[in-house]
Ligand binder design. Structure first.
Ligand code: XMP
Length: 325
């Protein structure tokens, strides 16, 4: 019978067997999946695990601080934070194609993990090698990256289809057979707080796949502002639990004419994509209260420079996916 207790016991035993006395690192993204994977592996191998948080500059506002604070407080795990903003921005320069972006981000993550691996070994030489990489891959990530039998590749999730071919780590993916709701139950059973376990999903490639067009520092800053406003208003309206997630997307290559103050503007649209879902495999657009939408729209157009239009995505999945790229 499926119980969270069984899943935990089975995985803990399997991970101990697989890792032995060697060491592992786990990429933490701030999301539910990697947090639960890390907590599970920590339960299995304790201090043989080091978590690595890659600040790729594609994070939302205040996200990095949150990971450093919340996750370490909840688990006491060893954490290494790597500032890799320059590296990711440079690698993404000039790239607009969604799959190309995903592959670049997946590859750069691994390159940063390799660097972290070398540093960890250098800091504690003579100790056991760091051979394993823990990922919070879920069943839907595998399916949508074309890993399920007979399924087409819809998009390369950064930790599945986006991995480079010369990967030298051995992977530990304890959540690979689970859906999100099951992962949340496992996380709760492991003692992780609600602020982590009940967080809305956020993709590993971050805002990089929410800018339609080339990813630049200025565009990221703009989108971060718009996203922070939307999140603040959704939370204020008490909608966090009703909405599965609400991507905020910048159409960076589109401009439309507007009028603000007493002048003409020619700015970018921001798309709000609130969805309701059980497992992200299918989704419906959320029928959100108009007054909350109005508030978000007014604030974004008033407060975010270069944005003069806010539009609502009313597409279910299928035919749309949740993220635009
Ligand atoms: P789509 O856009 O495929 O998204 O309908 C389904 C769910 O997966 C999230 N997502 C990702 N999560 N790495 C992740 O960790 C990724 O590369 C990735 N791509 C999409 C998305 O936010 C939604 O919850």
């Amino acid at each position: 019978d499926w119980t969270t207790g069984n899943v935990i016991d089975e995985q803990v035993a399997a991970i101990r067997e697989q890792v032995g006395t060697k060491r592992a690192i786990c990429g933490l993204s701030g999301g539910v999946d990697s947090a639960v994977a890390a907590a599970l592996v920590q339960k299995a191998i304790g201090s043989q695990l080091t978590c690595v948080y890659v600040d790729h500059g594609l994070m939302r506002k205040d996200e990095t601080e949150q990971v450093e604070k919340d996750f370490v407080a909840a688990t006491g795990v060893q954490l290494k934070v790597v500032d890799a903003q320059e590296r990711f921005l440079t690698a993404l320069a000039g790239v607009s194609d969604p799959e190309e972006k995903r592959k670049i981000i997946g590859r750069e993550f691994i390159r940063v993990f390799e660097q972290a691996q070398a540093e960890i070994v250098a800091e504690a030489p003579g100790d056991q090698p760091v051979e394993f990489l823990v990922q919070g891959t879920l069943y839907p990530d595998v399916v949508e990256s074309g890993g399920g039998t007979g399924t087409a590749n819809i998009k390369s999730h950064h930790n599945v289809g986006g991995l480079p071919e010369d990967l030298e780590f051995k992977l530990i993916e304890p959540l690979r057979k689970l859906f999100k709701d099951e992962v949340r139950m496992v996380g709760a059973e492991l003692g992780l707080p609600d602020e982590i376990v009940q967080r809305q999903p956020f993709p590993g490639p971050g805002l990089g796949i929410r800018i339609v067009g080339e990813v630049t520092k200025d565009r990221l800053d703009l989108l971060r502002e718009a996203d922070a406003i939307a999140r603040e208003e959704l939370t204020k309206a008490g909608l966090d639990r009703d909405i599965w997630q609400c991507p905020v997307v910048l159409l960076a290559d589109v401009r439309s004419v507007g009028v603000q103050g007493d002048g003409r503007t020619y700015g970018h649209p921001i798309v709000l994509r609130p969805v309701s879902s059980e497992d992200a495999m299918t989704a419906d657009w959320t029928r959100m209260p108009y007054d909350v939408l109005a508030k978000i729209s007014t604030r974004i157009t008033n407060e975010v420079a270069d944005v003069n239009r806010v539009v609502l995505d009313v597409t279910s999945k299928p035919p749309g996916t949740i993220e635009w790229e």
